[in-house]
Design a protein around this ligand. Structure first.
Ligand code: PEP
Ligand code: MG
Length: 311
């Protein structure tokens, strides 16, 4: 990876990493990531039956922040529930956990847990030199965004945003983004909830792709809402690691991509060979297709750089 992410005509697209702990963060820095676009804090505490103490949390968060002094690190608050159960916050025996009390929704019954987590994030931020952004998972409404941002402000965390993972939040992005400093699209969950297809069920893999033109339309709706409010917009689901999809996402209004570090060089190379005008044309083309396969084929046919790179 060679320097900051850019399109061929110089539009900046930050290329960030998804991490779950300090070791991941150090490897991401080594791989040349510009920062962290998704720190999955719940992964530090999976399997724990009791809440980690504030001191334990501060130590875990500091390890990640320490790998990126002066760089952006987006810390996601606990995304508990469904595929990531945390017994100390998620209710057991919910009939339908993916549609249940998960992500930020757990904070209604356990406001103290979120409060302590934000205290720990603020302390870690104070002790390290990273530029700390905080975001909440599973936001569905503008009110949820507003109350989360206010809570972060109470903790001295000034850059607070939301994940867009629910179709309602994507369609309502202009109201959600009026209240939040930034958004990051979780295409894994956004696809799951758009297609009504459990992301864990391999029989449904055919449905579970962000190349679904309807999922791309929701990314586009989010892009419009972000642009209207002048807000940065990331993608941090698996889709961000697809070098064929990256220019489409940029054309839909995405300003940063966060992925597994090994995907960074290919995504950077494709973007560097594509102008922002071409990204917009590719986005338009993908949205015109009726199926994921047709969308992918149409985009691929317009990106000879993929063959040159052996992708
Ligand atoms: C997503 O849903 O796309 C996302 C990045 O969050 P997670 O995969 O951790 O649910
Ligand atoms: Mg998610």
């Amino acid at each position: 990876l060679d320097g900051p992410g850019r399109t061929a005509d110089g539009r900046r697209v930050e290329l960030l990493a998804n991490v779950a702990d300090g070791a991941d963060a150090r490897a991401a820095a080594e791989a040349g990531a510009e920062g962290v676009g998704l720190f999955r804090t719940e992964v530090c505490f999976l399997g724990r039956t009791v809440e980690p103490t504030v001191d334990e949390q501060v130590a875990a968060y500091r390890e990640v922040l320490a790998a990126f002094p002066g760089r952006k690190v987006v810390v996601r608050t606990l995304d508990a529930g469904a595929d990531k159960p945390l017994p100390f916050v998620t209710p057991d025996a919910e009939p339908n956990p993916a549609l249940g009390v998960r992500g930020l929704r757990t904070a209604r019954r356990h406001p103290d847990v979120l409060d302590r987590q934000l205290t720990a994030v603020a302390r870690a931020a104070e002790a390290e030199a990273a530029d700390v952004w905080v975001m909440a998972p599973m936001i569905a409404t503008p009110d949820e965004a507003e109350s989360f941002v206010a809570l972060c402000a109470d903790h001295g965390l000034a850059t607070a945003g939301v994940m867009i993972e629910v179709p309602a939040a994507a369609l309502g992005a202009r109201w959600v983004l009026a209240r939040a400093a930034f958004a990051s699209i979780g295409t894994n969950d956004l696809t799951q909830y758009t297609m009504a297809a459990d992301r864990e069920v391999s029989d449904l893999a055919r449905l579970s792709t962000a190349w679904q033109p309807t999922v791309l339309a929701l990314v586009g709706a989010t892009g419009s809402g972000a642009a209207l409010n002048g807000r940065p917009l990331g993608v941090c689901g698996e889709a961000a690691a697809d070098p064929v999809l990256a220019p489409v996402l940029v054309g839909l209004g995405v300003t940063s991509l966060s992925m597994t570090p090994r995907a960074l060089p290919d995504v950077a190379a494709v973007l560097a060979a594509t102008t922002s005008e071409e990204c917009e044309e590719l986005a338009f083309l993908a949205l015109q297709q009726p199926t994921p396969d047709a969308a992918r084929a149409a985009v691929r046919a317009r990106l000879p750089v993929l063959d040159e790179l052996g992708l």
